[in-house]
Design a protein around this ligand. Sequence first.
Ligand SMILES: Cc1ncc(C[n+]2csc(CCOP(=O)(O)OP(=O)(O)O)c2C)c(N)n1
Length: 341
Amino acid sequence: MTLTLASIEAGYGLSRERLLRIEYHLRLTRSLEERIVSLFRQGKVIGGIYRSLGQEGESVACAAALDFSRGDIVSPLIRNMGSLLVAGALPVEILRQYLARGNSLTRGRELNIHIKDFKRGFMGPVSPLGAMIPVMAGVTMAGRIQGKSMVGMVHIGDGGASTGAFAEGLNFATVQRLPLVIVIENNGYAYSTPTVKQTLATRLADRALGVGATGETVDGNDVLATYAAAKRAVDRARAGEGVTLLEVVTFRMKGHAEHDNQSYVPKEVIEEWKQKDPVDRYERVLLEAGVATPDDLAAIQARVKGELDAAVDEAERSPLPIAEDAARGVYHGDGFWDEPR
Ligand SMILES: Cc1ncc(C[n+]2csc(CCOP(=O)(O)OP(=O)(O)O)c2C)c(N)n1
């Protein structure tokens, strides 16, 4: 069937404006990461870079299904910069984190996307994988006790889904019928360990069956299909129908971090997934459906470039942390975190 704007609007409930906003966030995510790699190669980044190249589609599409005006909260992992940008984190805030600046959201104490802002609706990860599942169960339970209609969304990798914290959190959130969407990113590898060495299950979403949650698997590089699946899960959660375990099938197109040359992945596999690039695929859909012209797409890329030029400049001009501040803000009540930066 040929897609048109009208058929997309009818099938997915997405207006032209929202479809172009998704495109903007896809390009912003990809380009911001490219800028961060460039800063890394100049020796300016503190810590590692965990690219989401090839996975931007699922981060952006899943977060786009949330309604941040209703208090929804997303908990991204290191490869979900796209979710943060959709939630309203600014590129300059993310850049200041990577550059460990004194006026970053964590004042230079935490790196990459380990940031939170409950008001805007994002809560960055802690490093122990799986731990954010029970934490987000708690966040959504608190929301319910407070009478809010908020939904939580938490991301986990195929490797992270092998942890005890994941299993406990999934079971607890499910039996409590909490409004939580757990997104498993099946991106082929956990570091150098292929998914087939993590589990004999062929569908990671089947883990929902054992606890009585709803499970769904979707092509994570198909932005519209992923949006639709995430929206179904969010709607179910908001309607009081509990947890969905949404498996997004995608591929990590880079090594675990910049130091990893991904030599353990066969070249043909990388080539095969290149053809399924989520951003290219989404742009083809926009063009074929007449939602955007090549000029529209070029204008979005120009806007992204202009915004990132300014953001990189501002982040590089931001001050480094002050040594004396290291002992402040450790205990509640000294006003450190309320001081303007
Ligand atoms: C509980 C725990 N074990 C090990 C690690 C170290 N570690 C960090 S990332 C990573 C690989 C994660 O793979 P996966 O969950 O599949 O996510 P991906 O990197 O593929 O996005 C590991 C083992 C950790 N952070 N937490």
